[in-house]
Design a protein around this ligand. Sequence first.
Ligand SMILES: [Zn+2]
Length: 303
Amino acid sequence: MEHPGGRTADDIVQPFQIEGPGLRGRLVRLGPAIDTILKRHAYAPPVAALLAETLALAAALSAALKYEGIFSLQIKGDGPVPLIVADVTSDGVLRGYAEVVGELPPEPDILAAPVPRLVGAGLLAFTVDQGEHSERYQGIVELAGTSLTECVHHYFRQSEQFGAAMRLSAGRNDAGLWRAGALMLQRLPDHEPIITREERDEAWRRAVILMDSATGEELLDRNLAPTDLLFRLFHEDGVRIFRQQDLAFGCGCSRGRAARILGSLPRTEIETLFVDGRITVTCQFCNTIEAFDPNEIAALYDA
Ligand SMILES: [Zn+2]
């Protein structure tokens, strides 16, 4: 058993294995990355918390896949928050946003059932975009559950691919900084030692109970090192810790990309987009605004 020490870490995926039953797991801790993403927007706290959980979920799920490109998790519905998007690149770069179109119900009502009250009835879907010449894997499931954690478990039950369990948490600490965490366990039948089916099922149930015993505070506590939390939960069966992967906020938008989008529109349409003598393009993900004056717009077409 390896124990790299009690160092704290934020913005990481910490993969691990529970040795006895041969279960794989991942702990995701998001600190500055999630705070940066959320503070670029002015979301109501329950919306921010749901987006933060969605990003932690995306980081945990994407780390279970082998891919080169962008893993994108989308939650779509008919409620006042009809869309939540979380992207994670294979290099660990995160971005995300929530679309808010309607009036939100009172906060206590939301907290009792955040997914139905905010997103409404809809779908949870993910894609892996590996560029033009490769496959797009899609997973899709109806939103069924009051919390994002419940919706994910519904997905796991529907999916052949994942025998898995998840815990998610998000919130602000005493300093007002946003944090998010995810703890995921996964059964990989090929990796489970040759014990009886009953023993394997029993080991799985026990591991899930231990995982569920982790509190939301423990998932978020920056002073509790990821390794310390994992050893505290699973030490009886032995925990093997693998190399951490770093996560960071980043957005692929640019002025050049905004210009290309405008340049692809018909010129008659673009004339209708001027407000106060300029056209602005706002990145949904990072809220960066690019403004173009009439000369710059004209140049897009003269090129
Ligand atoms: Zn952006």
